[in-house]
Each structure stands twice: as structure tokens, then as C-alpha cells.
Design a protein around this ligand. Sequence first.
Ligand code: GKR
Ligand code: MG
Length: 416
Amino acid sequence: MRIVEIRVTPIAVPDVPLANTKGVHQSVFLRSVIELHTDCGRVGLGETYGATRTLNGLKAVAPTLDGLDPWHLNDLRRRVEMALPDAGGVNAPTALADHRVVDVVYSAFEIACLDLQGQQAGRPLHDLLGGAVRDTVSFGGYLFFKFAKRDLTFGPDILGEVMTPDALVAQARWLVDDHGFQSLKLKGGVLDPDQEIETMLKLREAFPQHPLRIDPMGAWTVPTALRVIDKLAGVLEYLEDPVRGMDAMAELSARTDMPLATNLVVVEFEQVIEAVRKDAVQIVLSDPHYWRGATGSIRLGEICRAAGLGVSMHSNSHLGISLAAMIHVAAATPGLSYDCDTHYPWSSREIVKGGRPVFVDGRLQVPKTPGLGVELDREALADLNSLYNRAMVADRDDTDEMKKYVPDYVRKVPRW
Ligand code: GKR
Ligand code: MG
């Protein structure tokens, strides 16, 4: 089996103004859809970020994959590195973590290669990763403070403005009622820490059995984080990226028993070593979009096990190909003991056939069909590609978008 044609299609998907510590989501989120066509008529699929640096990286690598054997992932890595010397990071200047272009591009093509391997072998992708250790994957409800969407050109709003603790609890009720989520994560770092403490306490009251997390993405100083921890003792299952940078996380970690998780300070294997040396975090978020694909994510799980760290799973706005990849990886990661993050309920479109999967009790079934187990809906892909061409949004910039809602907004991390 050889790759004979590579397609990279940028798409824009209607989004709603979800807030975070660096701003707010734009009216669309961007993704790239990868298709690897083979000489035997199979098509391997991948989905990743869609902003310029990722898209350019994917396009630069695509022609070099002609003739690749999808079983040869070392060859894939070699070709990606050769096509992208000194490519740097993918993220916007306002982002808080920087993922390497080579890792992101490799990851996207790797998933598509694994999809092809699975199809040829007649086995689900997770069988290529050591096999599933669970039949279903459990996701948590991802809560956001948000504005009421102003520009409805590309799609409607969901739920209107949510900027108070009570409105946030109502949002959680909606997510739990509609999808059955058994745990909840709040994207914090948006309101004053006292209001976010109040929000978490109200969530605890409304959902006494649900494990709760908050992720302010580095919005707090160490003293502020200690104050929040004091008020939320016994309420959180873990605290994600409360302070900014490895050293601040290490300082906080030395002063609290609260488990600290991250998807900001540990995004490469070298940083796992640094984090362990500094005892900066207790849980690392895995993600097949930048941890060197599905195989890298499994390796991360193994390294975390050896280092005594827990594993959870990170998400960004995504559609069904990514969701499938996340499910296969989660299914084959024995040490994953927390509900995975997902932004999925925040969009209503899909690019895979069969429509949107339905969460039951916050869970999705692990596919048993060969490869990723999803097929492209070409009409839906064309539609979102046309939206990409019309929306004229080439990069994610939450800070710039925030100025539309709060004209004097200044990005400041940490802010409190
Ligand atoms: O969607 O605004 C967002 C999130 O803040 C996302 O961009 C983060 O990458 O969900 C992510 C996180 O856990 O930090
Ligand atoms: Mg996070």
C-alpha cells in the first residue's frame, strides 16, 4: 500500500464566543482535514488545527508524502522534518503554549496513516496502539463563560450570555441534561477569582457527585492560586494550569497538596523530564494533535506511568475525525483515569457520515470497525471549505476578538 494523493482541505466551523484568559472565540474555528489516498483505493483521514502556520506546514509536507508506505511512521517523521527545517511553533503570538509545527503536522498525517493501517489490517485503530482497555470513553462537560454572540452571519449562538456564577450553573445543567456528563470542567481565568470560586462552590452544590475542575490557563499569581485552593479545598479533583510557566507551577506545587494538571507547560517529551525534576505537575494532558500523534500519546501515557504522573486528555474546538482519534487513543491509554475534555457540544456541524455521535452518560462507544471508523461526508466538507473561503479568518486570535466585546480589553497573563 502506497500513498498516491494527498489532500489538505481548510475548513471553518461556526463557533460561539467562549471566553478564556486570553480573550474569546471568533465566530468560526478553523480546522484542516487530511486525506491520504492510496494505490489500493483506501482513504486515510486526519483532522488538525487550521490556522496559517499549521496549514502552511501541512501543505509543505503533503507533496513529499507521495509514495510513502503508511506503515512506515519513522519514514513519515523523517519526511516531515526534512520538509520543515526550523519551522518553529504553530501558535498565534497571543497563545499561551507553543506547539512545534513538526509535531502538529506529523501528528495529523500519522493519524491518517494509522487509519490506513487499520483499514488494511481489518482492525480498529486502537488495536494498533496495544488494544482497547475500555469499551467506552468518558468525557466531561466543558463549561465556558461566554458573551451573547453578536455577529450571526456564519451561525447562531448557543445559550446567550453566561457571565455570572448562576448562569454558568444553568449552562452546566444544560450540558449534563443533554449529554449526561458525569464530571465538569470550567474554563476559568475570565471573571475575578472570587466570582470563579463562587461558581465552583455553586457547581458543587448543584452537582454534589460530579468531579469538578477549573482551568484558568495561567491567569493567577502563586498567592492568588493559593487563596483559591484554600477556598476550594475538597471541591476540585484537580487544578489545571493555575499559574503561568513551569517555575511558577513548581513553586505552587511545593506549597500545596492540590493535584496540578497542565496542557501549557508540558507539551513536549523534554518538558516531562523538567516537570518531574521540578515536581511542577502531577497530571499531564495528552492530545493526539500535538503529542506526536496517537503513538506519541500512548508513549506519553507510559512515561507518565513510569514517573508517577496522572494522565488526562486535552481538547480544542474540533469535529468528528478528531473525536474519533481521541476516542481510540483514550481507549488504548491504560493510565488515563480522568474524563477527557471535549469542545464537541459547542458546535453543531459534522464532516463525517452518519452525523454527530450521541453521548450516553457522557460516554462514547469505542469503535470496532477498521481504522478510525469514520468516513468523510464530502458535501459537508465542501460546505465548510466554502465557509472558510467566505469567512476570511486565517488565524485564531482570541485577544483581537475580545476587543469587539470589551473595547479596552488588554491581554494580561497572569491578571490576578
Ligand atoms: O477553547 O478557549 C478554549 C480553550 O482555552 C482551549 O483553547 C485550550 O487549549 O481547552 C484548552 C485548555 O485546556 O487549555
Ligand atoms: Mg488547559
